[in-house]
Design a protein around this ligand. Structure first.
Ligand SMILES: *[C@@H]1O[C@H](CO)[C@@H](O)[C@H](O)[C@H]1NC(C)=O
Ligand SMILES: *[C@@H]1O[C@H](CO)[C@@H](O)[C@H](O)[C@H]1NC(C)=O
Ligand SMILES: *[C@@H]1O[C@H](CO)[C@@H](O)[C@H](O)[C@H]1NC(C)=O
Ligand SMILES: *[C@@H]1O[C@H](CO)[C@@H](O)[C@H](O)[C@H]1NC(C)=O
Ligand SMILES: *[C@@H]1O[C@H](CO)[C@@H](O)[C@H](O)[C@H]1NC(C)=O
Ligand SMILES: *[C@@H]1O[C@H](CO)[C@@H](O)[C@H](O)[C@H]1NC(C)=O
Ligand SMILES: *[C@@H]1O[C@H](CO)[C@@H](O)[C@H](O)[C@H]1NC(C)=O
Length: 500
């Protein structure tokens, strides 16, 4: 199978720089980001620092996976495989990403795409200088090497599907007392009894099993290391999609209560101890204002205690998402990452950029959310669809929402230019992608800065390529939209993260 070119990182970078005659070579000697690039914010009395963009990488839009299908959508979720990330002793780092696409190329309706994850090795060669690299040189700073693909199945070996859900498989005997019995499950129709999955979040357990969150349920599934379903977590009734009190999992039409169509659990993360699983709804439920972008900012963050085999809802908080300056539209959340101690990174954004609505994006950020002063509403009336937390987008006065603080800006022109990238027209290969949907953190392994971390993030390119294969069928989406990756270096003080 095709592999991406892998050159010795620093040599490759030097070669390209010399070739292009950029006077940035001395900056390569920098062991840390140029201090002039640091942007700080205060949260919970502590200083969080964005030291800037340090790497960029891509996988071409037409790249195919081992099943012969276009490899796309992979930034829906990424995680660094536990224990894989390591300094190489020369300023570079190696590691392995596990990436999880959503439901395949579905621009013209949903397709029978089996959920999956890919294994991608990487070499990170952080670039800390202030001079602008060429795009060709920038691409070498995060080299990506596709290795393999693992497909998702139910317990009996039935493939999952990306098709929309118009029918429901009844809950299994013993649900909910029996942890291994399924709740009502989304299926395409009564005769095609496959589990509908629009995978969005990914959290890896230490034992090799993992959690995948989805938009249909919206459910959280635990899979074995071989890709077989183990158990399913259904959220409280307030979040389940119901039409006049009756479950309906379709993503095409909004329900009357519960998650809006295609606004499921985009965010999924284990806390650093691995004992609490957090899930973030993309935007407000319908009863909380989710039927309109001008009223959908009050979304919910859930915590599940997963110490025992029976995951139990242990917390629920309201997160006030940012809104656009012009129309007051909600900038929905595409990912969340737990920092421990009640703090989270939340990735909120518009849909503009390469492959999106407009070439010019106005908001793409990994921001800081603090729930320590927020009201815990789990197991209260608000878990019922008849007690909204926000009517028409006005938060119930008995609830204190989490705090939301602006932090890492993906579309800073100065930072993008350092990597040959830009925001706004022209819509060429160097335009930043529209849909960033993933976050992963690893220690920078720098004794001088023990609180420094690399933030890895990748885009969901919606499988947009002019040379695609979807479930064995060739397609041309009219545009080549690469799978882009960005890496930032951050100082995250007094969090609970590993590797310090
Ligand atoms: C963009 O990044 C530069 C540092 O490279 C920083 O000085 C500036 O404040 C940033 N702008 C915004 C709007 O964050
Ligand atoms: C992808 O496109 C590039 C550039 O057009 C081409 O060189 C390459 O062979 C293509 N790869 C695949 C796997 O189709
Ligand atoms: C697989 O299991 C599900 C229930 O978990 C069942 O509904 C379905 O019919 C089974 N499929 C096959 C092919 O046995
Ligand atoms: C769900 O809603 C869709 C669209 O309105 C409808 O076609 C489908 O029959 C409904 N499914 C169930 C299980 O009621
Ligand atoms: C059920 O869905 C499958 C897969 O899309 C489709 O081939 C089949 O025609 C559908 N059956 C009915 C009765 O709608
Ligand atoms: C807040 O929610 C509670 C519980 O549903 C409800 O009784 C109360 O009227 C609401 N308050 C406001 C100001 O809407
Ligand atoms: C980097 O590129 C930006 C955007 O093209 C430009 O404004 C800036 O002057 C360049 N910086 C240097 C040091 O060349």
């Amino acid at each position: 199978m095709l592999k991406l070119q892998r050159v010795s990182a620093i040599c490759g970078l030097l070669r390209v720089l010399v070739c292009h005659g950029v006077s940035a070579v001395p900056s390569l000697a920098l062991a840390e980001p140029d201090p002039s690039m640091a942007v700080s914010v205060q949260v919970a009395g502590k200083t969080f620092v964005n030291k800037g963009l340090v790497a960029f990488g891509l996988i071409p839009s037409n790249f195919t996976d081992s099943t012969g299908n276009t490899l796309g959508g992979i930034g829906s979720a990424i995680a660094v495989k536990p224990g894989s990330f390591a300094p190489q002793g020369d300023g570079t780092f190696s590691g392995t990403f596990i990436v999880q696409p959503d439901r395949g190329y579905n621009v013209q309706g949903t397709v029978d795409y089996q959920a999956r994850q890919h294994v991608i090795d990487f070499v990170l060669s952080p670039y800390y200088g202030t001079a602008n690299l060429s795009f060709t040189a920038a691409e070498q700073t995060l080299q990506l090497d596709y290795r393999s693909t693992l497909l998702y199945y139910e317990r009996n070996g039935t493939r999952t599907t990306g098709l929309d859900s118009l029918a429901i498989r009844p809950q299994q005997d013993g649900y909910p007392q029996n942890v291994l019995a399924d709740p009502p499950m989304p299926i395409p129709n009564a005769t095609y009894n496959h589990l509908c999955t629009d995978a969005e979040g990914l959290a890896l357990n230490a034992d090799g099993s993992w959690w995948t969150s989805d938009e249909y349920g919206p459910y959280i599934y635990r899979y074995s290391s071989t890709g077989n379903l183990i158990q399913t977590i259904a959220p409280p009734p307030a979040i389940l999609p119901m039409v006049d009190g009756k479950l309906n999992f379709t993503s095409v039409v909004d329900p009357t209560t519960g998650r809006a169509g295609n606004q499921g659990f985009e965010g999924l993360s284990l806390d650093p101890s691995g004992q609490t699983l957090y899930a973030l709804l993309q935007s407000a439920t319908i009863q909380d204002g989710g039927s309109d972008k001008t009223t959908s900012r009050y979304t919910r963050l859930l915590a599940y205690d997963i110490v025992n085999d029976m995951p139990t809802l242990a917390g629920e908080w309201v997160v006030p998402l940012p809104i656009t300056n012009k129309k007051g539209n909600t900038l929905a959340a595409s990912e969340m990452h737990s920092l421990g101690n009640g703090l989270f990174l939340v990735l909120s954004r518009d849909g503009d950029g390469h492959g999106g609505g407009d070439d010019h994006s106005s908001y793409k950020q990994a921001d800081l959310v603090d729930i320590t002063g927020a009201t815990d509403i789990h197991n209260t009336v608000f878990d019922s669809p008849t007690s909204p937390i926000a009517v028409n987008g006005v938060l119930n006065s008995s609830i204190t929402a989490a705090t939301y603080t602006s932090f890492v800006n993906y579309i800073n022109d100065t930072q993008l230019a350092r990597f040959g990238l830009h925001n706004g027209s022209p819509a060429d290969q160097t335009l930043i992608d529209a849909k960033w949907e993933s976050l992963s953190l690893e220690s920078a392994h720098d004794p001088a800065y023990p609180n420094d971390y690399f933030l890895f993030t990748a885009s969901d390119n919606d499988f947009i390529t002019m040379d695609g294969i979807s479930v064995g069928v060739p397609y041309n989406a009219g545009l080549n939209n690469d799978n882009q990756f960005l890496v930032f270096r951050l100082t995250l003080p007094d969090t609970n993260l590993p590797g310090r």
